[in-house]
Design a protein around this ligand. Structure first.
Ligand SMILES: [Zn+2]
Length: 239
């Protein structure tokens, strides 16, 4: 809602600023800067949060080596997806790792040890399938990110012809956040779908109904809203 308001304000009064009376410009500046702060605050929190998490994971792993597990299961899931994978899954006691996550570039999957106590093996396999879905879907995701960048550049270029720099920067940011929340949601759904296909078909039903529910609710991206990620409250960078 905040993002849409910023975009709307940037386009309509934002491009006509010079034609507006001084009071209207002041009211615009006041509301616009308030909305911008509202937009930037959670982003700043997220960035500092994930940086701290990544650093703490690195430091923690040096002292307490993660246990190497699920090598054959991982290999099997990857094989079903048509990938070669010969690495274990790293199980960690680090309390900062609250849910499984993958770094799609190094293809390292981490799993919190608490999950082994909390969940049944099939649920763990299904969540590993989701993480493999992220690895498999990396190319599609990268293409969408590229398309989003082009779209943002085009939008910024056109708007830049008509408005002042400060409005332009905020509008670009709002546009980028809106489009990337859509892409990230698609990325989660794709990982659910690929993972469910390779692990247990019954998960597919849960994934599809969760996706339908989400579309009905039309709410914004939230990694924990992903069906298999439903137990996640991750603050790690890749879920
Ligand atoms: Zn995920």
């Amino acid at each position: 809602m905040v993002l849409v308001s910023i975009l709307g304000m940037s386009i309509v009064p934002g491009t006509l600023l010079y034609f507006l009376p001084l009071t209207a410009r002041l009211v615009f500046a006041y509301i616009f800067s308030f909305l911008s702060a509202l937009m930037l605050f959670p982003v700043a929190q997220f960035i500092t949060g994930s940086v701290v998490t990544q650093i703490s994971i690195c430091l923690y792993n040096r002292k307490h080596k993660p246990e190497e597990r699920f090598r054959s299961e991982a290999k099997q899931i990857a094989k079903k997806m048509g990938m070669d994978y010969d690495k274990p899954v790293y199980v960690t006691d680090n309390p900062r790792v609250k849910s499984p996550f993958v770094n799609p570039l190094t293809r390292k999957i981490m799993l919190p040890s608490s999950w082994e106590k909390k969940f049944h093996r099939t649920e763990i396999i299904a969540s590993l399938g989701h993480e493999f879905g992220h690895i498999k879907g990396l190319r599609a995701y990268a293409k969408e990110v590229f398309a989003a960048m082009i779209a943002t550049m085009a939008f910024t270029f056109v708007l830049g012809l008509f408005t002042i720099p400060v409005i332009l920067v905020m509008a670009e940011f709002a546009f980028l956040m809106l489009i990337s929340s859509y892409i990230m949601r698609r990325n989660e759904d794709r990982a659910d779908f690929l993972g469910a296909n390779a692990t247990a078909p019954e998960w597919l039903y849960i994934c599809v109904s969760a996706a339908e529910k989400r579309i009905q609710e039309r709410r914004g991206f939230n990694h924990s809203s992903s069906s298999i990620c439903k137990n996640q409250s991750t603050d790690a960078s890749f879920g």
